[in-house]
Design a binder for this molecule. Structure first.
Ligand SMILES: [Zn+2]
Length: 87
């Protein structure tokens, strides 16, 4: 068993750490796209974690509104969706 001396590089910070991070403004919500379910009119917020193949369901009537990939495409393929763009 041989012990190789390992010279581990010491990482040094170029800049001194900031004293304190500035508090984030509370009123800065992430932009979200709101849709409306065609069958029942419920507000549908596309989950940010949606995968392309996920089926988006209405929280109100549980209708299958379409695949997330069609919501996420630009422009959205509304002809394949059972939801319309809300504001
Ligand atoms: Zn619905």
């Amino acid at each position: 068993m041989t012990e190789e001396p390992r010279a581990r590089p010491i990482l040094r910070l170029k800049f001194p750490p900031a004293a304190k991070p500035a508090p984030e403004p509370a009123a800065a919500p992430a932009p979200k796209v709101i849709w409306r379910c065609k069958p029942c009119g419920s507000e549908v917020i596309l989950p940010l974690t949606a995968e392309e193949g996920d089926i988006v369901r209405c929280p109100g009537c549980n209708a299958n509104l379409g695949k997330a990939v069609h919501f996420l495409s630009d422009p959205p393929e509304t002809s394949r969706l059972r939801a319309r763009r809300g504001t």
